[in-house]
Design a protein. Structure first.
Length: 201
């Protein structure tokens, strides 16, 4: 996927540093701006910076990627995505923190990290505001009883999860789905050494 990077860099090979006070990345599907700095370039590379994604439509993004967008009860669902984050990392891992994203009307904040690229060790801690899940369901599915959606859970890629090292926590302020409105939801998922543990809703 072709992209264009526009920036002015200050590099000092003696000090092993590289600084981009401001950069812009553009492509046919998305654009972003930010700043970045790297140290120990020739020995133990470390980097940090900021990234802000230009607002986009997830539905239009899927179309640009040649993927048909899901049919949703609300035709305006998946119409807006905003994201900005600080980042820091090394050759072995990366952390996005603090991270802030907004999908349509739902705000998500927290942090995401891959602590080890080799083992795919993933750490996630997110706080989500109010989510109207019925908007994203296929037309007619929102009227179904909550229990009717349970069998779909058997399709989770458990074999894929078993090989991962995952520690994920999600807090949700209020959820609207199938006529139910639970609030203060806390969910956690631990996956390591072939064992998977998920806390109840």
């Amino acid at each position: 996927m072709p992209f264009k990077l526009t920036s002015s860099f200050d590099a000092n090979l003696n000090d092993e540093t590289l600084v981009a006070q401001e950069y812009r990345i553009t492509s046919t599907i998305a654009s972003a701006t930010g700043k970045a700095a790297a140290t120990k370039l020739l020995s133990e590379p470390q980097f940090q910076g900021e990234l802000k994604l230009d607002p986009l439509s997830p539905r239009e993004l899927l179309e640009k990627l040649g993927v048909s967008g899901p049919e949703t009860t609300d035709a305006k669902a998946l119409s807006s995505l905003e994201l900005e984050t600080n980042f820091e990392g090394t050759a072995t891992g990366i952390t996005l923190s603090p991270l802030s994203a907004k999908l349509d009307d739902t705000l998500v904040t927290g942090n995401v990290a891959i602590t080890d690229f080799a083992s795919q060790a993933l750490r996630i801690e997110l706080v989500m505001g109010n989510l109207d899940a019925d908007r994203y369901l296929p037309p007619g599915a929102a009227a179904a009883t909550p229990g009717a959606a349970a069998p779909a859970a058997t399709g989770l890629p458990l074999e894929t999860i078993r090989v991962l090292d995952v520690d994920a926590k999600l807090a949700l302020g209020k959820l609207h789905v199938g006529g139910l409105n639970p609030d203060n939801i806390r969910v956690s998922l631990l996956a390591k050494d072939g064992l998977i543990k998920m806390s109840p809703l």
